[in-house]
Design a protein around this ligand. Sequence first.
Ligand SMILES: [Zn+2]
Length: 203
Amino acid sequence: MRRLSKIFAVCAVTLLILVVTGAYDAISEKLHFYAAVARLYSQAPDSKIAMPLQDVSKKVIADTWHAPRGVGRLHEGQDIFAPRGTPILSATNGFVYNIVENNLGGQTVSVIGSGGRVYYYAHLDSYAPGLQVGDRVSTRTVLGFVGTTGNAQGTPPHLHFGVYTSNGAINPLPLLTDRSAPVLTRNKPKENKSTRTIVSRKT
Ligand SMILES: [Zn+2]
């Protein structure tokens, strides 16, 4: 009995220390993240995902899935070309899984979505300010901006977009769907004007 109360006291003191130092908040935040990710694994993967760049239409993407890339390497994704600095929106709901710089991808963000699928965004010019691992994202969340980091240096700016299942990469192209223009911009003449400006700048 005395031993039990001793264990209880140790637990209570440990908990108190965690709460006082703020570590409890960090730990519970982590646990929430892990629980949410575990929940994602129990869901079916998204059969349709949103185009990561607002104004790019699926039909302009040249299918480069599994195109040879150097010796013994195949292109495990799609390249979506757009002016440097174009905002990259998450293609899915989910959580930021990884923010890391590597030789091929340059500055990259990975998001984990339903079914535990990981969506990989690479060659970012910069990250969305304040973006952190564990952040909940929706298809309206900006992850970063189009650039040429990693092995895209010297190429026209583009987003490399990859989709990874537990069995490896799959072709993102059949999953992608164009984003429809927001309803508000369609109805307001003022907003239409700005849309026109963007279009004319592009041509
Ligand atoms: Zn690529």
